[in-house]
Every structure is written in structure tokens, then in C-alpha cells.
Design a protein around this ligand. Structure first.
Ligand code: RRO
Length: 353
């Protein structure tokens, strides 16, 4: 069986377009209740408001292309805008050009993906050119541009931030959590509250747009890291990056990725990400872009109920194509109509109650 089928089937089961109610609600109710509830809720709430605000920047819908999907190209970012993305995030770029890791860099291991791409990027100056072009293409589409950056030191983070901000992105993402370069750069800044705060503070001194900090899932207390970046001046948090993992070919006895280990994404990451968003939003008041394993509208609702303000889509683009943006928006809208939610704020964080 094509391994990519399984998550798609799961997505369609839970997000059937003809259903005004999710299957779990249907299972709990009798058919007469379902018909009445679907009809009355749909009449009462025809058009829920899916817009949201991240650090003062309004998104037409909560769906954000996660960093590192689809390569690093203005036309590809534009395609996601055309497909309906509320915001798009560029691949993280550093101070100087990098080739990244040798192949194989990405593996579909069945339940999800494993990647160790190794931060390939053209360097900050060339990236700023690409971002200028992306900004011009995205503005008329109503899609927000998030520029993602990384660096090996606090000083270099601030230098890259200065160069990238000249391109005028709407938001700047600090990727302090790449799981695939520890042998070159040491442990990610996201593993230490002190380091995470130091990077945030340094970038905030030079940034000309709001700053999002992207956190790692594999820390003992993600709420503590969130509090540290909030104290450092972060305007928002993206949670989470991929989870370190490994796949071994049992016939050769060798790790499959050239980098040996990689980052797990897709459906296996969702419960980890939902819990991280829940912990972060219990700890700080910052808006959170909940990212990790969201494949359909109900996954997005779950992330928002955990406390997320917006929702990242990464591996979902691999499974469902760029059309996923319009599809998940329709699925979330349908769920909200069925359940009587008029806007995202009515759902946001209700799992904390
Ligand atoms: O390039 C990568 O290997 C990579 C990055 Br920068 C990241 O943040 N997360 C990830 O899973 N892969």
C-alpha cells in the first residue's frame, strides 16, 4: 500500500465535507438530533470569523505554512498564498550560504516523515532578495510573510535579523530549535532557558517587526523556556519544531538518513505539539502558532482548543498538496458551524477550563 494513503484516509474520515458535525459528535447523538443540530447550528452561524491576530499582525485565517516545506523560493511561497494560506514562513536562513546535509535527507517512514535537511540556504543577503520578491507577490493575495532565521551564535542571530528585516517581512521567526545540526553548532538554543532568552533579547534590539521564537518539543519543561523567551521580549511563539528520531534499515543495519538522526513530523507529532501548546499557553500570555502533525480541520480545532492562536501546516502539504490550505479552512469552518462557534476566540484554550 502507498504509505501516503493512510493519513489522507484519516483526514477524510474526520473532515468529511458533507458532514456538518464531526464523526465523534455523530456517534454520541441519535440521527434525529444530528439532523436538528446540524440545521439549527448552520442557520445560526453561517459564516464564522476565522481571522486571528499574531503580535498585532492580522491573518485572514489561522493557517501558516511552516518553515522548510516546499524549498526556498518566492514562487512557491506565492503558491501557498494563492491556495489560501493566512501566512507563509520561509526556510530558515543563516549568515552565509550552506549546502545542507548529503542525501538521503527526507524519509517517509509510514506514520510520518523524518528529515535531516541540514539548513541549506543561500545566506542572509540572497535570502533578503528572495523575501523582497515574496513580499511583493504575497501582499495582493492578503497573505502574511514570516521570515525564518537561524545562526550559530547570539551575535550572528542579531546580524542575520538586521539583514532580513531590511526585506520588510511582516514577522520574523527565530529558529532556535533545529534538531539536525547539534554536531556542528552544539545543543540548540531552545534547550536552555538562558540561551533562548539571550537570542531573543539580542534580536529584539535590532528587529523592526514582531519576533516569533520557535521552540523544541524535546525539553523537560517547555513552559519554562516559554517564560524565558517572553522575558527576553518575544512577541509570539511557534510550537513545536520536529522531534528527534531515527530509522534504521534492518537489512544493512545502517541508519537510513545520511545524518543518521532526523526530525519526526506529521501525525505522530500532533499529540506532542498539542501538549506543548497547552503547557506554553498555561505559562505565558504570548500568542502561539501551534505546529506539529496538523493534517485536517479537526486537528486545527484541537490545536486552537489547546490554546493556539494560529496553526502551522508542514507535512500536511506533503500529504495533501498546496490545496491543503483551502481544504483545512473549509473543514474548520464546517466544524465551527456544526458546533456553533462564531469565531476562533470562542474555541481558543477551552481545554484549559
Ligand atoms: O533543515 C533542517 O534539517 C531542519 C530544520 Br532547520 C528545522 O528547524 N527542523 C527540521 O526538522 N529540519
Amino acid at each position: 500500500m502507498d504509505q501516503r494513503i493512510a493519513p489522507n484516509q484519516a483526514a477524510h474520515r474526520y473532515c468529511s465535507p458533507e458532514s456538518a458535525l464531526d464523526v465523534r459528535t455523530r456517534d454520541r447523538l441519535g440521527q434525529a438530533d444530528v439532523v436538528w443540530l446540524a440545521g439549527s447550528a448552520a442557520q445560526a452561524t453561517q459564516q464564522p470569523d476565522l481571522s486571528c491576530v499574531i503580535a498585532g499582525v492580522r491573518l485572514r485565517n489561522p493557517f501558516v505554512l511552516a518553515s522548510g516545506i516546499l524549498g526556498n523560493d518566492a514562487a512557491l511561497l506565492e503558491r501557498c498564498g494563492e491556495a489560501g494560506a493566512g501566512a507563509v514562513t520561509s526556510k530558515s536562513c543563516g549568515p552565509t550560504p550552506r549546502r545542507g546535509h548529503p542525501n538521503p535527507t527526507v524519509l517517509d517512514w509510514g506514520p510520518g516523515l523524518l528529515n535531516a535537511v541540514g539548513l541549506p540556504n543561500p545566506g542572509a543577503r540572497a535570502q533578503a532578495e528572495m523575501l523582497r520578491s515574496a513580499r511583493v507577490r504575497l501582499q495582493p493575495l492578503g497573505s502574511v510573510l514570516v521570515a525564518s532565521i537561524f545562526a550559530d551564535t547570539v551575535a550572528n542571530f542579531a546580524e542575520v535579523a538586521g539583514i532580513i528585516c531590511e526585506a520588510g517581512p511582516d514577522l520574523l521567526e527565530l529558529n532556535i530549535s533545529c534538531p539536525n545540526v547539534a554536531h556542528e553548532f552544539g545543543q540548540p538554543f531552545a534547550a536552555s532557558a538562558t540561551d533562548a532568552a539571550a537570542v531573543t533579547e539580542a534580536v529584539k534590539r535590532v528587529a523592526t517587526c514582531p519576533v516569533i521564537v520557535k521552540l523544541a518539543p524535546n525539553v523537560p519543561d517547555i513552559g519554562q523556556i516559554a517564560r524565558a523567551v517572553e522575558a527576553g521580549g518575544a512577541d509570539a511563539i511557534c510550537a513545536v519544531n520536529t522531534m528527534p528520531g531515527m530509522a534504521i534499515d534492518v537489512f544493512s543495519g545502517r541508519p537510513i538518513l545520511a545524518n543518521r538522526s532526523g526530525g519526526i513530523s506529521g501525525p505522530p507529532l500532533k499529540a506532542i505539539a498539542v501538549r506543548a501548546v497547552y503547557e506554553i499557553t498555561a505559562a505565558v500570555d504570548l500568542p502561539v502558532i501551534g505546529t506539529g502533525g496538523v493534517t485536517c480541520g479537526l486537528d486545527a480545532a484541537e490545536m486552537i482548543m489547546a490554546g493556539a492562536t494560529a496553526v502551522g501546516l508542514g507535512t500536511a502539504v506533503y500529504y495533501r498538496g498546496t490545496e491543503v490550505f483551502g481544504q483545512v479552512e473549509a473543514e474548520l469552518r464546517e466544524f465551527m458551524v456544526g458546533q456553533g462557534y462564531r469565531n476562533l476566540a470562542e474555541m481558543r484554550g477551552i481545554a484549559h477550563e
